[in-house]
Design a protein around this ligand. Structure first.
Ligand code: ASP
Length: 302
């Protein structure tokens, strides 16, 4: 399963670009399916799918990330392996083409779970990752979006409607491989017009990302502060573990909890240990798609 962010997408449905999103989502799902069919590990596949989403400037992650209040890109990403709860995360990183790949290096290196800012950049150089110039990440659409958010005096979700032209989003993937391993990955440029140094839910294990083979894998999108305060990804896993819910019931209960506790806005994709897929959201839109147990490709923006 993959997602391309939550928000207000009503206008998108009437635009030609709906086709672009559908094409992007279904093509990336197909590549993920092929790798899982070959027997690749869930962790490799979620990393791969998120890398493809980061490279696509349609989404708020990697190239095309939203801009902070200083007009800069600061990205967060994390991934988690469900068989042993290993996790890797990076926050407030710049100049890294694929933050999710850097998070994977953190996971593999194993001493730490999260690296931030300059320390993360230095670690990327140590891992011989290529450093990209700032202008690689910044698109015209993002400069315009920031100007609109600043004129309105607001800090917004990427997909939030100040003007209907804003329709790009945070990304995530969850997978179950043929050995039954679960994994989750999430990557974002964060909120439009955020304070520099702000870190959201995306790189925080248990908030924007979580995977445990005994329960489920979760990737979240929405107002990060609300997902941090409700520890939403782990809460959904707890619903599976302690209340015996499947993916669908847990996703729904998770979003109900988010709304009841903090009036939260966002969405989640969830896959459980049996390979059942589900999504839920409190926003009007959540770009997402999945292939359940090797079956049909499903994609929706609503
Ligand atoms: N959750 C992300 C954050 O708060 C934003 C998003 O999902 O669009 O950084």
């Amino acid at each position: 399963m993959i997602h391309g962010g939550a928000g207000a997408l009503e206008d998108l449905k009437n635009e030609a670009s709906e086709a672009e999103f559908r094409q992007s989502i279904t093509a990336i799902l197909e590549q993920g399916r092929q790798r899982l069919e070959k027997g690749d590990h869930a962790l490799d596949v979620v990393e791969y799918c998120v890398t493809l989403l980061e490279d696509d400037r349609l989404y708020n992650a990697g190239r095309g990330s939203v801009l902070n209040a200083e007009g800069k890109v600061e990205m967060d990403a994390a991934l988690m392996n469900g068989s042993d709860l290993r996790a890797g995360a990076v926050a407030c990183v710049k100049q890294i083409k694929n933050p999710i790949a850097l998070a994977r290096h953190v996971l593999e290196q194993g001493d730490h779970v999260m690296l931030v800012g300059d320390g993360a950049l230095e670690f990327a150089q140590f891992c011989q990752m290529e450093i990209y110039p700032d202008h690689y990440f910044i698109t015209e659409a993002r400069i315009k979006q920031l100007a609109e958010a600043q004129a309105a005096g607001r800090i917004t979700l990427d997909h939030e409607r100040i003007k209907p032209s804003q329709k790009l989003g945070t990304v995530g993937a969850v997978a179950r491989d043929i050995q039954g391993n679960l994994a989750a990955a999430t990557s974002t440029g964060g909120l439009v017009n955020k304070r520099w140094g702000r870190v959201g839910d995306t790189p925080v294990v248990g908030a924007g990302v979580f995977a445990d083979n005994e329960t489920c894998a979760v990737s979240a999108t929405g107002y990060g502060e609300q997902f941090l305060r409700t520890v939403l990804a782990k809460t959904i896993s707890d619903f599976v573990q302690f209340r015996g819910m499947d993916a669908e019931a847990a996703a729904k209960a998770g979003i109900e909890y988010l709304v009841a506790k903090v009036n939260g806005e966002g969405g989640v994709i969830v896959i459980d240990g049996a390979g059942r897929c589900a999504a839920a959201q409190s926003t009007s839109g959540l770009i997402r798609g999945w292939i359940e147990m090797g079956g049909e490709t499903y994609c929706t923006l609503g």
